[in-house]
Design a protein around this ligand. Structure first.
Ligand code: BES
Ligand code: MN
Ligand code: ZN
Length: 501
């Protein structure tokens, strides 16, 4: 969808969206429209359920006195509660309502609001951001032209504000963030036969266009580095594994500053390996590269808006398959760190991949902070469901920075514990550790404890996004059904608020 900016005025076709505050209070634009339509808005508000509550809309079709098809009233809620996220939600809700009505051309009149301290330009940018995020659809494999239910129909959304240039400038970084989210959603939506490791490597190389330096480690290089855990996972697949390193050097003081590292699990399909998963629902495991997708998308957002920080993204790309050469339960692998792992369950492969990728990142790239994202455990979905991601950290400050970035971006996280008593449960009788705990208890913590054994003293946070990478319902107006792109907005915000300058 195209976002445009223009000065206020009544368009002569399409739909015009205007805000209504709680208790049926009209914004300035709504008042002007009400006057131009002989009180159509007042009449529509006088009866019925629509009161201007947040996330609600009401359409007034073919308003008298204007050439447009409809006025869409968008509830903003109480003026003193309006923040960035509320405005994004309003944009998303408006876009969704317009899609249901089949509208193609729309404008949104943005007004200054008494009691709300967000600048008008920023208000326009946030509303546009929410609408843009909600407009995403993945329809490339539908070869029939009929549109499906819930399709986005709006092609252009014009934000009407008194200073369109300033609003457009405020929108620019949000536009880059949306592009990053869309890249992550595209990669996650694609099936395993299309986006296998080598195919994702090609997409990553495309980031060179926006100034990202890309380095690729192939299988031979990984073998030379001693990455036996990562290669053990790859062993049962015909597809070659890769590690991709994406560098954005935007720090004002040059390349000297240690980077922030973003690390992603990129299992392009997870069958479970010899510890094969049940058939029902296995197709969902194409999203087991959601961590890598988020990192790639975040790099696109961060480089796209020329963030003033050094950031490095590292993704471990591999397919977990069960062929005659696949690793067996009971196999022992040597990791790059020298530590050995007994592979009890070949389906606990994400931690094996990350053991080598985290160790490489920590020792070779020497970051000032390291954040990894992974669809690591089904247990995480049981713990927190699909609204909040779980985080595990060895550093209280970094954990808090993530929680703050989560609150600010709307991609919320909740901290769970690491503890020596859980760590003990992954000790093995014949190796340094095993890749699953003693029992099914606290499965997400067991996974996190294994990762921690590979991060050394580096300040580190692990985000288990198993419940967040894919939205079955699509009830958030900013996140349509399917690939969520979870983590892009969170990471972009984390970098913007803590590591730039
Ligand atoms: N990719 C899965 C975790 C997962 C499950 C992500 C459901 C998203 C939705 C991971 O590789 C896995 O299979 N984990 C096992 C670990 C177990 C064998 C200790 C799990 O969660 O069952
Ligand atoms: Mn698995
Ligand atoms: Zn997995």
């Amino acid at each position: 969808m195209k976002i445009a900016f223009a000065t206020p005025g009544h368009p002569d076709s399409g739909s015009l969206a205007v805000g209504i505050l709680a208790d049926r209070v009209l914004t300035e634009s709504a008042q002007a429209l009400d006057a131009a339509t002989d009180g159509a808005i007042s009449r529509a508000l006088s009866g019925g359920k629509f009161e201007g509550k947040k996330n609600t809309t009401l359409s007034i079709e073919a308003p008298h006195g204007l050439g447009i098809a409809r006025i869409l009233l968008v509830g903003l809620g109480a003026a003193d509660e309006i923040d960035d996220l509320r405005l994004q939600a309003a944009g998303g809700a408006a876009l969704r309502a317009l899609g249901r009505l089949g509208e193609v051309t729309a404008a949104f009149a943005v007004d200054a609001i008494d009691g709300c301290n967000i600048a008008l330009d920023q208000m326009a940018a946030e509303i546009a951001f929410g609408a843009q995020l909600g407009s995403y659809r993945f329809a490339k494999y539908r070869t029939k032209t009929e549109s499906g239910a819930g399709d986005t129909t709006v092609e252009t959304l014009t934000m009407l504000t008194v200073a369109p240039e300033a609003a457009e400038a405020a929108w620019a970084p949000r536009a880059r963030s949306a592009e990053g989210v869309f890249l992550a959603r595209d990669l996650v939506s694609e099936p395993g036969n299309v986006k296998f490791p080598a195919a994702i490597v090609e997409d990553i190389k495309g980031l060179a266009d926006i100034g990202v330096d890309v380095e690729i480690l192939d299988q031979a290089k990984m073998a030379e580095l001693g990455m036996g855990a990562m290669l053990g996972v790859s062993q049962g697949s015909r597809k070659a594994p890769y590690i991709a390193i994406m560098r954005w050097n935007g720090a004002p003081d040059g390349a000297e500053q240690a980077p922030v590292a973003l690390v992603g699990k990129g299992v392009t399909f997870d069958t479970g390996g010899i510890s094969l998963k049940p058939a029902g629902g296995m197709e969902e495991m194409k999203y087991d590269m959601g961590g890598a997708g988020a990192v790639i998308g975040a790099m696109k957002a961060i480089a796209g808006r020329a963030a003033r920080a050094n950031v490095v993204g590292v993704v471990g790309l591999v397919e977990n398959m069960p062929d005659g050469d696949a690793q067996r339960p009971g196999d022992v692998v040597y990791t790059m760190s020298g530590q050995t792992i007994e592979v009890i369950n070949t389906d606990a492969e994400g931690r094996l991949v990350l053991a080598d990728v985290l160790y490489y990142t920590q020792t070779v790239l020497k970051p000032r902070a390291m954040i990894n994202l992974a669809t690591l455990t089904g247990a995480m979905v049981v713990t927190l469901g699909t609204h909040i991601a779980g985080i595990f950290a060895n550093d209280d400050v970094l954990a808090e920075q993530l929680q703050d970035a989560g609150a600010a971006s709307g991609e919320n996280v909740w901290r769970l514990p690491l503890d020596a008593r859980y760590d003990k449960e992954i000790n093995s009788d014949i190796a340094d550790m095993k890749n699953v705990g003693k029992s099914r208890e606290a499965g997400s913590i067991a996974g996190a404890q294994l990762l921690q054994r590979f991060v050394g003293d580096t300040r580190w946070v692990h985000i288990d996004i198993a419940g967040m990478a894919w939205m079955k319902r699509g009830d958030d107006p900013l996140v349509p059904k399917g690939a969520a792109g979870f983590g892009v907005r969170l990471l972009d915000r984390l970098v913007a608020d803590n590591f730039e300058g």
